[in-house]
Write a protein that binds this ligand. Structure first.
Ligand SMILES: Nc1ncnc2c1ncn2[C@@H]1O[C@H](COP(=O)(O)OP(=O)(O)OP(=O)(O)O)[C@@H](O)[C@H]1O
Ligand SMILES: O=C(O)C1=C[C@@H](O)[C@@H](O)[C@H](O)C1
Ligand SMILES: [Mg+2]
Length: 172
């Protein structure tokens, strides 16, 4: 079985969908952000604060490659920015992976992220209005990279279960 990679902007549902998908497929789920946090013994927030974003992006690339080299099937939930740095988007096209972009609209993302932004250093200190502006610009800049995924699912009107079913349908 190919490794399954979920990608998309912060809050699009990568971790939530990946967790459910891994249960259905009975294969492990590895969240890249959590993998990095365990490796360094530091939260993503602390890595950004203490070592800076460039350091984080290099580490993120190394950890992504390390996960791709696992021999067993896994579901990988990427960080929101992973495809946009270090040519990681090229890795989404490999034959041994199935990559899926979970595409959420600006309004969906603002709605979800405003409730839970403290551990997301890029948006932690923005109010709702600033966040909307930031996400709109950021999504525009990032969409080229996200669209390098092999498949795309628009998640705005979907339940988590529906998104999981769509991915299972791609696999069959
Ligand atoms: N289809 C959905 N419908 C409603 N809420 C959802 C849906 N998918 C995810 N959520 C909610 O949106 C929030 C963000 O989801 P999640 O943490 O999985 O996103 P993420 O893409 O992993 O974000 P990050 O890149 O910051 O880790 C969670 O509170 C989750 O419960
Ligand atoms: O969108 C981003 O650039 C990020 C998303 C998160 O998953 C973390 O990887 C980190 O906060 C950076
Ligand atoms: Mg996540």
């Amino acid at each position: 079985m190919k490794k399954i990679i979920l990608l998309g902007y912060m809050g699009c549902g990568k971790s939530t969908v990946a967790r459910e998908l891994s249960k259905k497929l009975e294969i492990p789920f590895v969240d890249l952000d959590e993998f990095i946090e365990k490796k360094l013994g530091l939260s993503i927030k602390s890595i950004f604060a203490e070592k800076g974003e460039i350091y984080f992006r290099k580490l993120e690339h190394e950890c992504f490659v390390e996960l791709l080299n696992f021999t067993e099937p896994i579901v990988i939930g990427l960080g929101g920015g992973t495809p946009c740095y270090a040519n990681n988007h090229e890795l989404l096209k490999r034959d041994d992976v199935l990559s899926v972009y979970l595409k959420a609209s600006i309004d969906t993302l603002v709605g979800r992220l405003s409730l839970n932004k403290n551990n997301r250093p890029l948006i932690a200190n923005k109010n709702d209005e600033e966040m909307k502006e930031f996400i709109a610009t950021h999504l525009f800049e990032r969409s080229y990279y996200y669209n390098q995924a092999q498949y795309k699912i628009v998640v705005d009107e979907q339940t988590i279960a529906q998104t999981v079913e769509e991915i299972l349908a791609i696999l069959t």
